[in-house]
Design a protein around this ligand. Structure first.
Ligand SMILES: [Zn+2]
Length: 102
Protein backbone atom coordinates (compact mmCIF):
# COMPACT_ATOMS: atom_id res chain seq x y z
CA UNK A 1 0.00 0.00 0.00
CA UNK A 2 1.74 3.12 -1.21
CA UNK A 3 1.79 5.93 1.17
CA UNK A 4 0.41 9.12 -0.14
CA UNK A 5 2.90 11.85 0.26
CA UNK A 6 1.42 15.12 1.12
CA UNK A 7 3.37 17.95 -0.26
CA UNK A 8 3.50 20.27 2.62
CA UNK A 9 4.91 23.54 1.51
CA UNK A 10 5.38 26.28 3.93
CA UNK A 11 3.84 29.31 2.41
CA UNK A 12 6.31 32.07 2.70
CA UNK A 13 4.74 35.40 2.86
CA UNK A 14 6.55 38.06 1.01
CA UNK A 15 6.81 41.30 2.80
CA UNK A 16 5.39 43.74 0.36
CA UNK A 17 5.88 46.79 2.44
CA UNK A 18 9.44 47.97 2.39
CA UNK A 19 10.57 49.11 5.78
CA UNK A 20 12.28 52.38 5.37
CA UNK A 21 15.51 52.09 7.25
CA UNK A 22 16.23 55.72 7.62
CA UNK A 23 18.28 56.16 10.68
CA UNK A 24 20.23 59.24 11.54
CA UNK A 25 23.66 58.71 10.14
CA UNK A 26 25.86 57.56 12.94
CA UNK A 27 28.81 56.53 10.87
CA UNK A 28 29.34 55.53 7.30
CA UNK A 29 26.41 55.93 4.98
CA UNK A 30 24.91 52.65 3.81
CA UNK A 31 26.05 51.89 0.30
CA UNK A 32 29.13 53.96 0.56
CA UNK A 33 32.18 52.50 -1.07
CA UNK A 34 34.82 50.82 0.97
CA UNK A 35 37.46 52.80 -0.78
CA UNK A 36 36.93 56.23 0.62
CA UNK A 37 38.34 56.27 4.07
CA UNK A 38 36.91 59.04 6.07
CA UNK A 39 38.34 59.45 9.48
CA UNK A 40 36.68 62.74 10.14
CA UNK A 41 34.66 61.47 13.07
CA UNK A 42 37.73 60.41 14.95
CA UNK A 43 39.84 62.53 17.15
CA UNK A 44 42.82 64.06 15.48
CA UNK A 45 46.03 62.32 16.29
CA UNK A 46 48.85 64.26 17.76
CA UNK A 47 52.53 63.73 18.21
CA UNK A 48 53.31 62.75 21.77
CA UNK A 49 56.75 64.26 21.55
CA UNK A 50 56.12 67.74 20.22
CA UNK A 51 52.34 67.98 20.18
CA UNK A 52 52.10 68.69 16.48
CA UNK A 53 49.14 67.38 14.52
CA UNK A 54 51.04 67.58 11.25
CA UNK A 55 51.82 64.11 10.11
CA UNK A 56 53.35 62.35 7.18
CA UNK A 57 51.14 60.40 4.75
CA UNK A 58 50.23 56.97 6.02
CA UNK A 59 52.72 54.45 4.73
CA UNK A 60 50.60 51.39 5.42
CA UNK A 61 47.50 50.41 7.26
CA UNK A 62 45.86 47.38 8.77
CA UNK A 63 42.30 46.70 9.79
CA UNK A 64 41.83 44.52 12.83
CA UNK A 65 38.70 43.02 14.29
CA UNK A 66 37.96 44.72 17.54
CA UNK A 67 34.53 44.16 18.96
CA UNK A 68 34.30 46.39 21.90
CA UNK A 69 34.13 49.97 22.86
CA UNK A 70 36.11 52.87 21.51
CA UNK A 71 37.73 55.33 23.91
CA UNK A 72 34.86 57.72 23.34
CA UNK A 73 32.38 55.10 24.53
CA UNK A 74 30.97 54.26 21.13
CA UNK A 75 30.70 50.63 20.11
CA UNK A 76 33.20 49.59 17.51
CA UNK A 77 33.88 46.55 15.37
CA UNK A 78 37.29 47.34 13.94
CA UNK A 79 40.46 49.17 14.72
CA UNK A 80 42.39 50.64 11.85
CA UNK A 81 46.08 50.95 12.39
CA UNK A 82 47.86 53.49 10.21
CA UNK A 83 51.57 53.92 10.13
CA UNK A 84 52.72 57.50 9.97
CA UNK A 85 55.17 59.91 11.44
CA UNK A 86 55.31 63.41 12.84
CA UNK A 87 56.02 66.03 10.24
CA UNK A 88 57.62 68.36 12.74
CA UNK A 89 60.00 66.15 14.69
CA UNK A 90 59.96 62.94 12.70
CA UNK A 91 58.71 60.74 15.51
CA UNK A 92 57.17 57.59 14.03
CA UNK A 93 53.82 56.47 15.33
CA UNK A 94 50.80 54.30 14.61
CA UNK A 95 47.43 56.01 14.56
CA UNK A 96 44.52 53.98 15.78
CA UNK A 97 41.09 54.67 14.39
CA UNK A 98 38.08 52.96 15.90
CA UNK A 99 35.41 52.08 13.36
CA UNK A 100 31.92 50.75 13.64
CA UNK A 101 31.15 48.77 10.50
CA UNK A 102 28.26 46.81 11.92
ZN1 LIG B 1 56.50 65.57 16.75
Amino acid sequence: MPKKTTNKKATVKKASAKPSSRKPAAGRKPGSKNKDYTTSATTQTRCEKCGSTDRLPYSRQQLLDHHGTAPDGQPCTHVRLQWTGCKSCGQARIDRTYENNA
